[in-house]
Design a protein. Structure first.
Ligand code: CO
Length: 174
């Protein structure tokens, strides 16, 4: 396993709409890629990581959902390949961060209850209802696959402040 470099805000690949994955094509490289993405995400205390955050043009991401009853327990890993949102309900505004914009936290409004479809790490199609942090993370990661970053969703009135903060943080990024 290896800790990969995470691409940062301002790099082109984070603005790319990523290519749909043909599961059979990537199956041979998937176990190592997922292990590396998981290790990278864990090392940086992230909840999710998309392929373009490690420099790859694949429509796939991982979510590492913390165990709400025991923070020392291993998180549950979701591998979402070619994900889509079938329906959305509810709305909540909550603070979000992103490993590609380290040091920045900002309020973002998202659906609280979603029904989704994706291919899992075994190539099986899944349809699931997600709520809470899992729903939030799924939307955040799907945005990455479409070339969007959470700061795009910040209240327009706060955007000048966000830009200023990013400029201040950028010299500390690897
Ligand atoms: Co992110």
């Amino acid at each position: 396993m290896a800790i990969l470099r995470v691409t940062k805000y301002g790099e082109d690949i984070l603005r790319q709409k990523l290519k749909p994955v043909n599961y059979a094509d990537i199956a041979p490289v998937l176990p190592k890629l997922l292990a590396d993405m998981e290790e990278t995400c864990m090392a940086k205390n992230g909840v999710g990581l998309s392929a373009n955050q490690v420099g790859l043009d694949y429509r796939l991401a991982i979510i590492l959902l913390p165990n709400s009853k025991n923070e020392n327990a291993k998180p549950t890993r979701y591998v979402i390949i070619n994900p889509v949102i079938l329906s959305k309900r509810g709305e909540a505004t909550e603070e979000e961060g992103c490993l590609s914009v380290p040091g920045l936290w900002a309020d973002v409004t998202r659906a609280t209850d979603i029904t989704v479809r994706y291919t899992d790490e075994n190539g099986e199609e899944q349809v699931k209802r997600m709520r809470g942090l899992l729903a939030k993370a799924f939307q955040h990661e799907l945005d990455h696959l479409d070339g969007k970053i959470f700061v795009d969703l910040v209240d327009p009135k706060l955007k000048p402040e966000v830009k200023k903060l990013i400029k201040k943080l950028r010299p500390q990024w690897d």
